[in-house]
Design a protein around this ligand. Structure first.
Ligand code: CAA
Length: 397
């Protein structure tokens, strides 16, 4: 077993860390207060190559391995969750799913623009009545000649107002396929498409979330990923990538909590000594360190499984489940250590507390992952070979 990171991994960590400090953090408190995204950050992420980290160079990506994507998520979420969400949706749920399921023609058509940030991709699975019960899709696709006509509504969609195209999962109105689902890449400029932002979120306020509406939207059959009947599996594969980015990003929240708490515990004195000398504060710091170290091992393992072409749904669910809970716990402790200062946005820890709560809901709730882990152990669930696997790394060609 080799646990060492390569010099390329270290380099990418350093450049992502610098990007967080110099591009994401300035003005973040105001953006979070005003619930505003900064499209300039997205543009700079594209220029830096972060929007195509593990997309092969032949599709204009950086060509780095899947562990590198995790490292970028960790470092960018150390600065802000809303930016890691961009990586989850654009890189994980959208681009990597095209890389896994697209035909060569589709990959050539879509990946170069996505990998460079010329276009931004989103993911549309969730509906008002299809959250954990993801197969309860009410959005329908009805075949008409060379087209499918889409009607329906999606909810809680990240980048709803920004993404140029969405991976949309829906139910086929008529099909002979056993599982009546399909997945399409849908351009937001298609007639019949509209979006609306959701306001008043507890966290991830500097990020855009909204609803999508499809009214008699005609999508060409060539824009379908996989075939009729593959839609649900494609959605689940997408989540294997999205959950990986959430799990690695969660470690970044713990890093950020430790950054803030170590500084505060050394600066703040009570009864003539820094509060870092108090054992109950030390206990909380130690618990955060524990979460960070376990979290890294869990996500590095998933990255390695992706690199080596293994099914990893179980391990990815585990990493997401454990790391998001550890991040929320760390953020809660960080507020505790900061006392009253942790309760206002003069210090960043209240933002970590609000942001880390969301990750226990999206990309599979804490309860869904609890059930999945129990089902694997009881023998009720297993990961079977797939029709299309993610390409192994190093990439061919
Ligand atoms: N990869 C490929 N195939 C998979 C798979 C995976 N990861 N997981 C399941 N499948 C396959 C199964 O093998 C099965 O195939 P067969 O029919 O051939 O046997 C098929 O898909 C159905 O699988 P299940 O029986 O597991 O389906 P289920 O209905 O019992 O699913 C569930 C249960 C796992 C809980 C699933 O519904 C689920 O993950 N729910 C949570 C949904 C979720 O995470 N939503 C997040 C939305 S995105 C988001 O939040 C991002 C954002 O923008 C904020």
């Amino acid at each position: 077993m080799d646990f060492s990171l390569t010099p390329e991994h270290e380099l990418i960590r350093e450049s992502a860390h610098k990007f967080g400090q110099t591009v994401i953090l300035p003005g973040l408190r105001e953006r979070d207060r005003e619930a505003k995204s900064d499209p300039d950050v997205l543009r700079k992420m594209g220029e830096a190559g972060f929007l195509g980290v593990c997309i092969p160079q032949k599709y204009e990506g950086m060509g780095a391995d899947y562990i590198s994507l995790g490292i970028v998520c960790e470092e960018l979420e150390r600065a802000d969750t809303s930016i890691r969400v961009v990586l989850s949706v654009h890189n994980g749920l959208h681009s990597m799913t095209i890389l896994q399921w697209g035909t060569e023609e589709q990959k050539k058509r879509w990946l170069p623009d996505l990998a460079t940030g010329r276009r931004v991709g989103g993911f549309a699975l969730t509906e008002p009545n299809a959250g954990s019960d993801a197969s309860n899709q009410k959005t329908t696709a009805r075949r008409e000649g060379d087209y499918y006509v889409l009607n329906g509504q999606k909810a809680w969609i990240s980048l709803a107002d920004y993404a140029d195209q969405f991976l949309v999962v829906c139910r086929l109105a008529e099909t002979s396929a056993k599982a009546p689902y399909a997945a399409f890449i849908v351009d937001r400029n298609t007639p019949g498409f509209s979006s609306r932002a959701i306001h008043g979120k507890l966290g991830v306020r500097a990020g855009n979330t909204g609803e999508l509406f499809f009214q008699d939207m005609k999508i060409h059959k060539d824009d379908m990923l996989g075939g009729e009947g593959d839609g649900f599996k494609i959605a689940m594969c997408a989540l294997d990538h999205g959950r990986y980015t959430v799990a690695s990003g969660a470690v970044g929240i713990i890093d950020a909590c430790l950054d803030a708490c170590v500084k505060y515990a050394n600066d703040r004195t009570v009864q003539g000594e820094p509060i870092g000398k108090k054992q109950l504060v030390q206990q909380m710091i130690a618990s955060m360190v524990q979460g960070r170290e376990i979290g890294r091992v869990l996500y590095y393992k998933v990255g390695w499984m992706k690199n080596t072409g293994q099914r990893h749904t179980k391990e990815c669910s585990m990493a997401k489940w454990v790391n998001c809970a550890a991040a929320f716990d760390a953020a809660n402790k960080a507020v505790e250590i900061h006392g009253a200062y942790g309760y206002c946005d003069e210090f960043p820890v209240e933002r970590y507390f609000r942001n880390s709560r969301g990750a226990m809901i999206y990309e599979g709730t804490h309860e869904i992952h609890t059930l999945m882990q129990a089902e694997y152990e009881l023998g009720y669930r297993s990961d079977k070979p797939l029709k299309h696997m993610l390409p192994t790394w190093p990439f061919a060609g």
